[in-house]
Design a protein around this ligand. Structure first.
Ligand code: DUC
Ligand code: ZN
Ligand code: ZN
Ligand code: ZN
Length: 537
């Protein structure tokens, strides 16, 4: 046969175009785009009918079913355990590459980038060893989607940076590192940040920044606890938007001095977005990622009780926290519309509620360690919270699941409502992350097909519909107006009409290259002495 797979009657969307056409796939690649195929051309091929029916009126809002490039989720935590928790608080990641990638593919995502994280323990000093260990975890189960790694760097050993960064690029295709400005076990001082940024620039590695001011957070946390304000809601008050504002501003200054590109991960405040915007206007290679929680949750969700007797809101604790209220959502939507946000990822960071090492773990450990002693450091309120299996926020692992709901939340909240165009949807969820993190070429047949809007009945999500290994979703009960109907990985149907069709060994490791989003070098100050350009002579 000429094709292995053809997709007919779809509205094909790329980051630049939208058109009614058919796709012919051969050997995992998109071979032909055509207005129509003759019957003999598609003989022997598997045929997917996207069922786009000519709408009454033509417009963005009723053109579905969309056929789009498969989702690229550039921010997913899998297999991070107590020692290597993403938050420095302990806690055990609920998803491995099996359950995490299953959830991804059921939500329309075909590629994920996960984190391999260095720790301050001596045995985790080598970045190469860390990556080998994480990759072994992936290989032990296999993956339903293609996957790669970002490396998290939590120390500034000169020999490791100098010797290992080139190996990471060359042997592993890892072209990005994440650095923290908060968490005792992960944060770097400004001087250490400069060390790592300098080495990263030299080896063409893009630095990703977790931008929250750790001192502000620590100081506020102590003050809140002194007042007995330890319930999950106060997690948000310990991390007000100004914490992200200060940290983004500082990191932009450091990166300007070093002249290296940076991407702020999980930007959740209008203040943070404004700093990014200003830097971009100045011509600096500053990029930003945002996530669904910053458009769908608010501080109120941290005090939402599911029932009068069930205080489950530690489930909503993530960092940065959701913004204070829905006005912030509107401001963040503006940054999504005007291009300040380059990519939209999930920050899937899964912890179970029913597990001692999950959401409430820190609290239980804390209580156990105090057993037999006169425990009054948090007073009656902590005991009260403990009784309800809730969390004193300082001890609760930070993070929420969302790899499966990412695309549908953006469809429901931004595409269907007309806030962004289908092309912008593709840019944010697939094309830009692929360019920024230099994934495989667009000719690979990684495709997501939505339901025709006209025939899709909106539904209310419950966690049992999802495929992760987490016992809750922050979006329980929320109405969704569409969901991926087919997910196709290199021409193979992995997910169709609510069922997993693919296999755990279908996903492959992807080697990546340097950032391709911007070819030109960072903007040098007119007087290069001001940005220490002499360093590079
Ligand atoms: N940072 C993340 O990227 N994910 C979860 C928690 C955090 O601090
Ligand atoms: Zn982070
Ligand atoms: Zn994260
Ligand atoms: Zn205590």
């Amino acid at each position: 046969p000429r094709f292995d797979l053809v997709i007919v009657n779809g509205t094909v969307v790329t980051a630049s175009d939208i058109s009614t056409c058919c796709i012919g796939v051969k050997n995992g690649k998109i071979k032909t785009l055509a207005y129509e195929f003759d019957q003999d051309e598609i003989e022997g091929a598997e045929v997917i009918d996207a069922e786009y029916a000519v709408p009454d009126t033509v417009g963005y809002l009723n053109l579905g079913a969309y056929v789009m490039p498969g989702g690229v989720d550039a921010h997913v935590h899998l297999c991070q355990d107590l020692k290597t928790g993403p938050h420095g608080l302990g806690g055990e990641c609920a998803d491995n590459f099996d359950t995490g990638s299953r959830s991804a593919v059921a939500g329309g995502t075909t590629t994920i980038i996960t984190f391999a994280t260095q720790t301050r323990a001596e045995e985790d000093r080598s970045l190469i060893k860390v990556v080998e260990a994480y990759n072994a975890r992936a290989e032990s189960t296999g993956s339903y989607v293609d996957y790669g790694f970002h490396i998290i760097i939590v120390r500034n050993d000169a020999d490791v940076l100098e010797n290992e960064l080139p190996v990471l690029i060359k042997d592993w295709g890892i072209s990005s590192c994440k650095l923290f400005l908060t968490y005792e076990t992960q944060r770097l001082t400004d001087s250490q940040l400069l060390d790592v940024m300098f080495a990263a620039r030299k080896h063409s590695i893009t630095t990703m920044i977790h931008a929250e001011n750790g001192d502000m957070i620590g100081w506020l946390t102590d003050k809140l606890e002194a007042k007995g304000m330890v319930a999950p809601y106060y997690h948000a008050l310990s991390r007000p938007p100004i914490a992200e504002c200060e940290a983004t501003n500082r990191a932009i200054s450091l990166a300007t001095l070093i002249q290296n590109p940076i991407l702020f991960v999980h930007v959740g405040s209008a203040l943070g977005a404004a700093n990014v915007r200003r830097a971009q206007t100045m011509g600096l290679p500053v990029y930003a990622e945002t996530c669904p929680q910053y458009f769908n949750l608010t501080w109120d969700d941290l005090k939402r009780f599911h029932s009068p007797t069930c205080f489950e809101n530690s489930k909503m604790i993530c960092s940065p926290p959701p913004p204070p209220d829905t006005n912030d959502h509107e401001e963040l939507f503006v940054s999504l519309q005007n291009g300040t946000f380059t990519i939209y990822s999930s920050d899937h960071c899964p912890f179970r509620y029913d597990q001692p090492r999950g959401k409430p773990s820190g609290v239980l450990e804390h209580a156990l360690s105090m057993e037999g002693e006169n425990h009054d450091c948090h007073g009656e309120e902590l005991k009260d919270l403990l009784l309800r299996k809730n969390g004193a926020f300082r001890h609760v692992p930070n993070g929420i699941p969302g790899v499966e709901t990412r695309l549908s939340l953006l469809y429901t909240g931004a595409l269907q409502t007309g806030r962004i165009t289908p092309q912008e949807f593709v840019e944010l969820t697939s094309t830009n992350p692929a360019k920024l993190w230099t994934l495989k070429p667009g000719s690979d047949a990684d495709i997501v097909i939505w339901h025709p809007e006209k025939s899709f009945k909106p539904f209310n999500l419950t966690n049992s519909m999802l495929h992760h290994n987490v016992d809750y979703t922050p979006y329980e009960g929320k109405e969704f107006t569409n969901w991926p109907r087919y997910t196709i990985l290199r021409g193979k149907v992995m997910w169709a009409n609510g069922e997993i069709k693919g296999k755990l060994r279908d996903g492959q490791y992807v080697k990546r290259g340097p950032n391709q989003l911007k070819k030109d070098s960072p903007r040098l100050d007119k007087d290069p002495r001001r940005v220490a350009a002499w360093l590079y002579d």
